[in-house]
Write a protein that binds this ligand. Structure first.
Ligand SMILES: [Zn+2]
Length: 404
């Protein structure tokens, strides 16, 4: 017999507890104006961060990694700042009081970023053919100088200038598209507040297929030539939205839902109103006998409620995002394919968790001591969390669980 201790093998000696940030300001709106250079794999941008001061401050700090900061303005005037490659500190001329509104404009430049903004093909110096972002957990700070932490929600306007051969997608509604100096400017706006890690855009050669669910625009965006595979992967999207709306009693929160299949992308990411998916989820008729996209599609879609509309305060609570999404995908499976498939799904979750537990480590499900937030994306947060929620639902009853 082998004894396995709780809290075993996850924490290294150098790990320190991480507590929520408790920012002295709230970020109310981000206005981004960026131009993407596919040739040089770079980005030139202007980020306007609109803030409300929550308690007296004389310094504003933004997350900004490995960028060149070219100009900083506070309420349209030049201002002193300091930048160490990780944090941009802006020194206010006089202390700002609680309730005061501030606007900070930052002009910046990013070249060959290590994270956050990916030029495809990755690991190449060739001109890029596709660009996409990956913000979660803390990587949007590689291409946006802003407050990059999940405990704040902000409105967003984003203008993206790209070569005209590229189609560009981002959060919210496309409010303007126009030519400028031989390039195309795409402007998107989201009037729902979201944490900055859910800000995203993708650009490249794509085909778009659209439909509507009530007044919500549904977009399926795939590489050119893959239009015929859309139905196989995404035809149940409307039914899933309806199921999640009925289960939660909460309407789908955003004006549109785009699902975009990207090259060299792993898995899926629930960016608010625009989910990114690996293009491997597209498959032909023959593969369809053994493979389905619905588990991935339903998982990412349910995050629009659990993770996007409601967000964890910090990464120690990541399980709230992932366990709900994992359980909701399983409940969709029960609704779609029946009880046996659901039970089989639960058993697979148990296997997955026990395999991590027995061969790697165990940890409390809410964990303050970790090295990098990435470490929280494990079988404790996904299947174990989902099984705990399912146990809770079984004890209190499905109706009480749904009402709660
Ligand atoms: Zn997820």
């Amino acid at each position: 017999m082998r004894w396995l201790k709780i809290g075993r093998d996850f924490v290294y000696p150098e790990y320190k507890p991480k507590w929520p940030r408790n920012s002295p300001y709230s970020l109310d709106k981000v206005l981004l104006d960026i131009e993407v250079d596919f040739e040089n794999r770079s980005l030139k941008g202007k980020a306007i961060n609109r803030l409300t001061v929550l308690r007296k401050i004389d310094v504003i700090e933004f997350d900004a990694v490995d960028m060149s900061i070219e100009k900083v303005l506070l309420n349209n005037s030049n201002i002193d700042y300091d930048y160490d490659g990780n944090v941009l500190k802006i020194f206010l001329p006089k202390e700002a009081d609680r309730g005061e509104k501030l606007e900070v404009d930052i002009e910046y430049y990013v070249e060959k970023p290590k994270m956050g903004l990916w030029f495809i093909p990755i690991d190449s110096d060739e001109p890029a053919i596709q660009v996409w972002t990956q913000g979660e957990p803390e990587d949007n700070r590689y291409w946006i100088p802003t407050y990059d932490y999940p405990d704040n929600k902000t409105l967003l306007e984003i203008s993206i200038t790209c070569p005209s051969w590229a189609k560009v997608f981002s959060n919210g509604v496309l409010v303007d598209k126009r030519m400028l100096n031989g390039k195309t400017v795409w402007k998107y706006r989201l009037d729902n507040a979201i944490p900055t890690y859910l800000i995203a855009f993708a650009a490249g050669k794509f085909s778009i297929i659209e439909e509507k669910y009530r007044n919500i625009l549904l977009q399926y965006v795939v590489p050119e030539g893959r239009e015929r595979d859309v139905k196989r992967s995404f035809s149940k999207t409307s039914q899933m939205i309806k199921f999640f709306e009925e289960f939660t009693g909460v309407e789908y929160p955003y004006p549109k839902y785009t699902q975009i299949c990207l090259s060299e992308y792993g898995g899926g990411m629930e960016n608010a109103s625009i989910t990114f998916l690996t293009d491997y989820t597209l498959h032909d008729e023959k593969a369809h006998m053994d493979f389905r996209s619905e588990p991935l599609v339903s998982h990412e879609l349910s995050h629009q409620w659990f993770g996007d509309l409601v967000t964890c305060l910090d990464w120690s609570h990541l399980w709230l995002n992932e366990s709900f999404a994992t359980l909701m995908a399983a409940l969709w499976r029960r609704h779609d394919l029946g009880e046996n498939e659901f039970i089989y799904n639960l058993l697979n979750m148990l296997d997955s968790y026990l395999s991590e537990y027995s061969s790697r480590y165990s940890r409390p499900i809410v964990m303050r001591i970790y090295g990098d937030p990435e470490e929280m994306f494990d079988a404790h947060s996904y299947p174990k969390g989902a099984l705990i929620l399912w146990t809770l639902m079984s004890i209190i009853g499905e109706e009480c669980f749904r009402n709660a």
